[in-house]
Design a binder for this molecule. Structure first.
Ligand code: ZN
Length: 124
């Protein structure tokens, strides 16, 4: 397997889909956010690919920007009572972050692979 060369794949296609950044087929995750130890298809070692809290940073700021924008627009346009804001934006923030974390983490791992960060000899 190590002798084979792998054509470059889009980090966006593989990462956002949660697929191995080298072959694009094996699953990247072994849980909600836990990376698989290695690719089940091409054998790429995924243990050095830990992106730590990088994805959380981008998701936090992305979701916050969207929520603040819509909360501001809602206040200006409708001036609802405060409980409406709380009922809308707290759940939306939590769900938005939960939904976005996995694809953003996949993208960051795929970008690390593409730019040879953390992986020793990732392109075989
Ligand atoms: Zn693979």
């Amino acid at each position: 397997m190590a002798e084979r060369s792998w054509p470059p794949l889009s980090p966006f296609a593989t990462g956002l889909a949660g697929r191995c950044p080298r072959c694009g087929q094996g699953p990247l995750f072994a849980g909600y956010l836990a990376l698989a130890p290695s690719c089940t298809v091409c054998g790429l070692d995924l243990t050095p690919a830990d992106s730590a809290d990088g994805p959380a940073f981008f998701v936090m700021w992305g979701v916050a920007a969207v929520v603040v924008l819509f909360a501001g627009l809602t206040e200006v346009l409708f001036s609802p009572p405060m409980w409406v804001h709380l009922a809308l934006w707290i759940p939306l923030t939590l769900v938005g972050a939960a939904v976005m974390l996995r694809p953003v983490k996949g993208l960051m791992v795929a970008l690390q692979y593409r730019h040879r960060i953390a992986f020793d000899d990732p392109h075989g």
